[in-house]
Structure formats: structure tokens, C-alpha cells
Design a protein around this ligand. Structure first.
Ligand SMILES: [Zn+2]
Length: 434
């Protein structure tokens, strides 16, 4: 067993309409040899019960649960922070050619290695990942995730039209490949690696492919991840492809994609009916505010979705988003809630606080992925996925605003510049700052 002492920040098991954090200034986390949390509380209480446990104390740092990225594209990492334009043009100009390069196994491996390393370095311990459309490259991504020690739910991106031929596969081939990779990897290492059925979006998946995906998900209990209602031009494109559907959400409803294990990225332009349908199936939302601005997609009504009780996590959506940092997304979630108010004068809603944003970045993400029985906050019996964040380089270094909530605000607004000292998955160090 090992004891970690310092200032603990712990998201409380509240629901999405009232996210809250708990602070333990003299906090203590005790982790057993299998990576499970056995005690959370004060150091004073722990010192009586666990007197002989080896202790590691972090001064001028905070210990908090690992960050959860609920939506990210591995093969797009090389395009992060470059390019311009809106979604559909941007995919054609920058992204599809990059995804085609994953046919080269060596390239796929070096990219995967760098991707997972860099995610861990910014405090992400769990990722919901879209791999490229190639079977082998997805296999390689699982191998590298296994090696890196990160927790992933991921899958091969399925497409059977609407993209260059060299990254398209038939509906049947997509399903065959996905099931083969899932058979090899789903549940590996005690469930650290999980397979997610990953139809890219209705604009590149036939009805046949979507329908088959829904059937398998419901029969075998797999997660599904896809995109929904991201960008106005995309909405027009989907409406032209599926004239019989009442809405974008209805395309997924008709094809059986909606389940309580479905994670819908973006979900910006939803009608009342669409929200009711998604809520009825308890679909989760991956909110990707950096991407939504980078690609000029729109401003999601986050407060409204939280008030309606949707399970919502934050997603970097690299390379629509420009960085793997989920703290960047937390900052942007707070800031874009202000933008929503600016654009909707007279209908203002409470903005998202930094504490709420950090809750979304941790426990919120875990709930969105259905992993909150395992990760997302500190509680005896859960897995010890956590990060140690330095307070030394937060700006300004001395402040009269020294409350815990202001400390969280500085961590969140520091974004990617907030220094992560260590990242742990199941109590094992998977990243250590130089
Ligand atoms: Zn995406």
C-alpha cells in the first residue's frame, strides 16, 4: 500500500444540475497494490489506521482525479492547432489525407505512442478515442494504449461513403473488422482497455452500417460514439442525405444508434424534440468547446443541457480542438457559457464556474462514459486514477484570492500551462514531469 498526502480536490457524487467539489487541505489517499483506493480522508485519521504505510507528501500541489477526454481523434493529432475553415471543408483539406497515412503501420505506431504520452502529460487518464479507419492501425493503437498504461474506450472509425476511397471500407468489412478488434482487446487488463463501436457520423455511414452497429451494440452491450449536430453546413448535408428523417437525431433513432451507452459529440443545434428523444435513451454528450470555436461550429447551450440532466463530459476533439488538454476544455466550457449569454441577451442563464468545469472534466466525463463506478472521484473501492498538479507556476504566484475555489479557478484558467507533475492510473505512475 501507498499513502499520498496533500491538498485533495474531490468531485462529489452530485448530479449534473448541481456539480460540486470537496476540498481536503490535509488530505490523504491510500492505494493498495492492485491500484484500488482503500482510504480517502484526512492525514490525521489515516495516521492512526495506516501508521506503517509508506507515505509520499506533495507540497504546494494538489491531488485530483485524472482528467477524462470523452471525444478525441488519434489520427488527427498531427493537425492540431493548424489549418482553418469549417468542418466539412476542413475534413477534406486537412484530415482525410492524414487519416490515410495510418495505412503505414510504422507511422500508426509512432503517432499512437506520441498521442498517449502527450495525453498523460496533460493529466488525462481516460480517453474515448476514434482511431483511423484501418483495422491494423486500430490494433496498433490498442497495443500502444496498453503499453502507455492509459485507460481507453476506443474503436476503429467506420465509414462506407462520403470520404476518399482509400479510407473507406464496405459496411460488412467495417463490422467484421470492428468485431475482430473488439474480440482481441475489449476488457483487456481488467477492463482498462474497452472497445467502442465508432461510426464517424451519418454523413459517412450508410443506413445499413448504422443499423448493424446499433444491433451489435444492443446485443453485446458495446458503447457507441458518433457525432451529432455540430455545424450548420453539416446539418444541411445530413438533411439532404436522409430526407425521410425528421431531424439529425431521428437518423440515429431510426437506425437504432441511440442507447444509454451512446456518446454524442457536440449536440449543439438540437430541437426540443431531439433533446427529448436523446434524454429518453439517456444518451451522453461529449461537449467540445475548443473545437466548436476553432471550426466556427457554434456555441452549445451547456447550462441548459446540464439542467435537463444530460450526462456530459468534456472532449478535446483533436484536431477540431487544438490541444489534448482537458483543462483547456474546462476553461473554454466556462468561457463559452458566457458567449452563449452574450449571444442571447434577455435569456441569460448562470454561467459555468471553474469548479463546475473541473467537475465535468473528471466525474462528469466518467459518468458520460459510464465509468463512474470505477473512476472520476476518490472513494474507497474505486481505481486510483489521479494527477498531481503543481501550484508553483500558477499565475500570479501570490494572491489575496486564496480560497479553494479560486485555486481551482487558477488551475482551470491555466489550461495546458498548468503543470502536471505526475499522472497515475490504478496507482501506477504513467507520467512523471522531468
Ligand atoms: Zn470529433
Amino acid at each position: 500500500m501507498r499513502l499520498y498526502a496533500g491538498l485533495l480536490i474531490n468531485p462529489l457524487e452530485s448530479n449534473f444540475s448541481k456539480p460540486q467539489l470537496e476540498y481536503l487541505p490535509d488530505g490523504c489517499l491510500i492505494v493498495n497494490d492492485t491500484g484500488k483506493i482503500v482510504f480517502v480522508g484526512t492525514l490525521t485519521d489515516a495516521s492512526v489506521r495506516f501508521a506503517d504505510t509508506q507515505m509520499e507528501r506533495f507540497e504546494n500541489a494538489v491531488i485530483m482525479p485524472g482528467l477524462v477526454d470523452t471525444h478525441v481523434h488519434l489520427p488527427q493529432y498531427q493537425a492540431a492547432a493548424v489549418g482553418t475553415g469549417e468542418l466539412l471543408d476542413w475534413l477534406n483539406t486537412y484530415i482525410f489525407s492524414l487519416e490515410a497515412r495510418f495505412a503505414d503501420e510504422m507511422y500508426a505506431r509512432t503517432q499512437s505512442t506520441q498521442f498517449f504520452h502527450d495525453a498523460l502529460s496533460v493529466g488525462t487518464t481516460t480517453m474515448s478515442v476514434y482511431c483511423s479507419s484501418q483495422h491494423k492501425a486500430t490494433d496498433v493503437a490498442f497495443e500502444e494504449a496498453f503499453r502507455a498504461g492509459i485507460r481507453v474506450c476506443m474503436g476503429k472509425t467506420m465509414m462506407d461513403f462520403g470520404a476518399p476511397q482509400n479510407i473507406l471500407f464496405s459496411a460488412e468489412q467495417n463490422i467484421t473488422d470492428s468485431l475482430a478488434i473488439a474480440k482481441q482487446w475489449h476488457g483487456t487488463d481488467g477492463g482498462r482497455l474497452q472497445y467502442t463501436l465508432t461510426p464517424r457520423f451519418a454523413g459517412s455511414c450508410s443506413k445499413e452500417l448504422l443499423t448493424k452497429t446499433g444491433e451489435i451494440a444492443r446485443a453485446d452491450g458495446f458503447r457507441i460514439q458518433t457525432h451529432l449536430s455540430e455545424n450548420p453546413a453539416e446539418l444541411r448535408y445530413i438533411a439532404s442525405l436522409f430526407p425521410e428523417a425528421a431531424s439529425y437525431t431521428d437518423v440515429y433513432h431510426r437506425t437504432g444508434i441511440l442507447t444509454n451507452k451512446t456518446i454524442m459529440a457536440h449536440s449543439i443545434y438540437l430541437s426540443r424534440e431531439e433533446r427529448v428523444t436523446l434524454k429518453a435513451y439517456d444518451c451522453a454528450i461529449a461537449h467540445c468547446p475548443c473545437s466548436n470555436r476553432f471550426l466556427q461550429s457554434g456555441v452549445m447551450a451547456l447550462r441548459h443541457s446540464m439542467s435537463e440532466g444530460f450526462r456530459i463530459g468534456l472532449g478535446s476533439d483533436v484536431a477540431g480542438g487544438y490541444s489534448l488538454s482537458i483543462l483547456n476544455e474546462a476553461r473554454e466550457a466556462a468561457e463559452s457559457s458566457k458567449t452563449w449569454n452574450i449571444l442571447n441577451r434577455g435569456q441569460e442563464v448562470p454561467t459555468i464556474t471553474a469548479e463546475e468545469a473541473l467537475w465535468l472534466a473528471t466525474l462528469g466525463g466518467a459518468q458520460a462514459l459510464g465509468l463512474d463506478d470505477t473512476i472520476g472521484h476518490f472513494k474507497a473501492g474505486k481505481d486510483a486514477d489521479f494527477v498531481v498538479v503543481s501550484l508553483e507556476n500558477l499565475m500570479p504566484r501570490e494572491t489575496v484570492f486564496s480560497s479553494h475555489s479560486n485555486l481551482v479557478s487558477r488551475i482551470v484558467y491555466g489550461g495546458a500551462a498548468t503543470k502536471v507533475l505526475r499522472t497515475y492510473v490504478r496507482g501506477k505512475v504513467v507520467y512523471r514531469a522531468a
